[in-house]
Design a protein around this ligand. Structure first.
Ligand code: HEM
Length: 185
């Protein structure tokens, strides 16, 4: 299956966290984004070292991850922070890796053609980047494009305050997405 420049049309999902998000559009988004990551001179080698050339299992996991974040359902049950600890142990990750990752992510999110969807996705990614950065002791990654003005103010305020581990509604404050099941309790 090829993923071209235009995202598929898709009825908005009733559970979508923002207009313009639906299962086929998440699949398109993840494949298009990681197509860029794979080609990127800074990020590509980190993924190649880790995943080799068979990206399908990774793409499937990322589709299930972003489906959980964007639509509140799906089978994702991983621990992203632990995964990135392990990635960083094999290949030091810097703020530049995160910045590049976020910039490619925002660029792809914009192509969804829904500002609300793009804002939602980039906001979640930026918060996770911040959590990962704190946990992995990387200077906080900043992609200003990925942060909304209110989020920028929040981040700046946090930078001035002592580090507290960046509690986060999506990641549960530890870089792990809280599953909707656990949020109900
Ligand atoms: C904040 C931004 C990021 C987010 C939200 C994110 C999210 C994720 C998620 C959800 C996974 C799948 C975890 C699992 O298998 O359960 C993953 C895997 C991975 N990420 Fe990230 N990531 C981010 C930044 C980065 C950066 C900057 C790099 C390094 C260049 C990176 C490298 C990887 C690699 C290599 C894997 C595959 C690990 C494996 O399965 O062996 N990520 N990422």
């Amino acid at each position: 299956m090829t993923y071209d420049a235009a995202p598929p049309h898709g009825d908005d999902d009733p559970l979508a966290r923002a207009p313009g998000l639906s299962a086929p559009r998440i699949v398109w988004f993840v494949h298009r984004f990681y197509g860029r990551v794979r080609e990127d001179d800074l990020l590509g080698p980190v993924f190649l070292a880790r995943l080799g050339t068979d990206w399908q299992p990774h793409l499937d996991r990322l589709v299930s991850f972003w489906t959980l974040i964007a639509l509140g359902r799906g089978s994702y049950d991983g621990r992203p922070l632990e995964v990135h600890r392990s990635v960083a142990a094999g290949h030091p990750l810097t703020a530049e890796h995160f910045r590049r990752w976020l910039d490619l992510f925002s660029q792809t999110a914009d192509e969804l053609g829904s500002p609300a969807a793009a804002r939602f996705l980039t906001g979640r990614a930026a918060r996770m980047a911040e959590t990962f950065g704190t946990a992995l002791q990387i200077a906080p990654p900043r992609s200003r494009r990925a942060l909304e003005p209110d989020e920028q103010a929040r981040v700046s305020a946090r930078q001035e305050a002592p580090a507290t581990g960046a509690p986060d509604a999506v990641t549960g404050g530890d870089g792990e997405p809280s599953h909707p099941e656990s949020r109900r309790t």
